[in-house]
Every structure is written in C-alpha cells, then in structure tokens.
Design a protein around this ligand. Structure first.
Ligand SMILES: Cc1cc2nc3c(=O)[nH]c(=O)nc-3n(C[C@H](O)[C@H](O)[C@H](O)COP(=O)(O)O)c2cc1C
Length: 194
C-alpha cells in the first residue's frame, strides 16, 4: 500500500533544537514518500510561511513539537492550538494521525509531561495517536516511548545522532500509519468514506 499522504510538521523553537528535530522529521517523512509542510508557528527567519489552520486541514498526519517550559508546552505553540477552535468545531481535525516531540534543558526536565500536554489536545481533536513506543532498537537508545525528546544539557548538547535516529523512527512510523488511517477515514460531516 503506497497511498499518497500529507504530513504537517508544526513546531515552535526559540533556540533551534526543536527546529532541528522538526527538519529531521520532515526530511524523513519526505524520504518515506509523504508530501510535507514544515511549519514553525511564527514566521521563519528565512521568510518561509508560518503554520496556519489550513496546514492541519491539508494534513493526513500532524507531528507537533515544542520546547518544554515548566513541564508544559511553549505559549507560542499554545496560541496556535487556540486558533484551531473553528476547525475543531467543524470536525476537521479528527481522524488524522498525531504525534509529538520536544526538547528540554535538563534530563527528565518535563519531557513526558510536555508530550502528554500536546496529546491532550490531540484527544480533543479526535486524533489517532501514533507514539513511537519501543518499536525499534533506536528507541532503547533515546528511551522515550512518548515521542522524540532531546536534552540540551543547558544548551551544551546539540541535537545528536541518538535524537536524530529517534526522530527518524517516529517520522517513518507516522507516515506508515497515516497511510493506513487515510484508507479508512470517513468524512465526519457526511459519515461517508473520503
Ligand atoms: C520559560 C522557560 C521555561 C523552561 N522550562 C524548562 C523545564 O521545565 N525543563 C527543562 O528541562 N527546560 C526548560 N526550559 C529550557 C528549554 O526547554 C530549552 O531551552 C529548550 O529545549 C530549547 O528548545 P529550542 O532550542 O527549540 O528553543 C525552559 C526555558 C524557558 C525559556
């Protein structure tokens, strides 16, 4: 089965770590055959487009990333989430695959709570959650079954192979399940298969 799928990689990053993981995820999803929109929630320094609700409507899978802030997501990403009320009300965010990633300064500095905070919204959307789990040997190296999570160790540790490998595992898995979900998705409003 090689259904065409659209993947939106939506993220916020202030000092570049989350953006670096987002790029790895986007490249991997592209290599896996997906059409990809890599979208920061604020306009990128290179003038590229910022994320818009339409990117989620377009997507079959959404992979969303935020730095951890006091064990929670960054306010900038929350503002984007809060712009989705209209799309949510119309049922347009449902039945898509969702997955999350993050970066912290300290080990166990709130990675899992941040990933869960993102997933809370995904539940409200009626999303199909696809976490990486321990489904690949590389996941035993990065050790986070909830999503790719980097630790910058006080901004001394750039995104490394362990994190990149985890990002690749997650992106490949999301594309695979996005294809499967797309094949059975129904239009929420009509109840008919899309
Ligand atoms: C207001 C604020 C709160 C933060 N809270 C945490 C935290 O709870 N745990 C942690 O490990 N790092 C925390 N950090 C550090 C960021 O998570 C870290 O710098 C981030 O992973 C970098 O991501 P970025 O380079 O994509 O911006 C915080 C940073 C800021 C500015």
């Amino acid at each position: 089965m090689n259904t065409a799928v659209n993947v939106a990689v939506v993220h916020y990053s202030r000092t570049g770590h989350v953006a670096e993981i987002a790029r790895e995820i986007a490249e991997t999803a592209e290599k896996a055959g997906a059409d990809v929109r890599l979208r920061p929630v604020e306009p990128a320094p290179d003038g590229g487009p910022a994320a818009a609700p339409d990117d989620l409507l377009w997507a079959d899978a959404v992979i969303m990333g935020s730095p951890t802030r006091f064990g929670n997501i960054a306010g900038e990403l929350k503002l984007f989430l809060d712009s989705l009320g209209d799309a949510w009300r119309k049922g347009l965010l449902a039945d898509k695959v969702y997955s999350a990633f993050t970066s912290t300064s300290s080990a166990h500095g709130g990675q899992e709570t941040t990933l869960h905070a993102l997933m809370t919204s995904f539940h409200h959307f009626g999303g199909i959650l696809v976490p990486p789990g321990y489904t690949h040997p590389d996941k035993f190296a990065d050790g986070n079954p909830y999503g790719t999570a980097h630790c910058t160790a006080g901004a001394t540790r750039p995104v490394d192979d362990t994190t990149r490998n985890a990002a690749r595992v997650q992106a490949e898995r999301v594309v695979r399940f996005a294809r499967a979900v797309k094949a059975v998705r129904t239009d929420h409003r009509t109840g008919k298969e899309e």
